[in-house]
Design a protein around this ligand. Structure first.
Ligand SMILES: [Fe+2]
Ligand SMILES: [Fe+2]
Length: 140
């Protein structure tokens, strides 16, 4: 499984959101490196820390994105917000379980996180991007 490189196909045509998505993918890549690059006994601590960082960043990004969507009067804000909360809960649970030694951060878990990130940006966030482009287009 590879890192995720941001490219124009991820763009939601809003500089602030694109920047936050870039940073978010970077955090994922760090998580990926932590998992693939270390074999020490402190791995549990490091992965729990990296997941916590992912959780904190995701929360901040979601708040900021939801504010932007509210300003846009985005009609699907409630459903979109629900997807954000689901992801937060999922990451929170994984972090707790790793800390408690119930699960390990493995390729499978990374794959789940990776897939969520990529799909969320490429399909869900793209929807508000399309809406914004149409809503903000000059009337003819
Ligand atoms: Fe989103
Ligand atoms: Fe987003």
């Amino acid at each position: 499984m590879a890192r995720i490189e941001w490219d124009a196909s991820f763009s939601v045509h809003n500089a602030a959101m694109d920047d936050q998505h870039k940073k978010w993918l970077e955090i994922f890549n760090t998580l990926h490196e932590v998992m693939t690059g270390t074999g020490t006994s402190s791995l549990t601590t490091i992965t729990a820390q990296s997941l916590t960082e992912m959780y904190d960043y995701a929360r901040n990004h979601f708040r900021s994105e939801e504010e932007y969507l509210a300003q846009l009067n985005y009609p699907d804000l409630i459903a979109h917000r629900r997807l954000h909360r689901d992801f937060e809960n999922k990451i929170y649970r994984y972090t707790r379980e790793i800390e408690e030694g119930k699960i390990l951060l493995n390729t499978n878990l990374l794959k789940i996180i990776r897939q969520w990130l990529v799909e969320h940006i490429l399909s869900e966030d793209k929807k508000y991007s399309a809406f914004a482009r149409q809503a903000l287009a000059p009337a003819r």
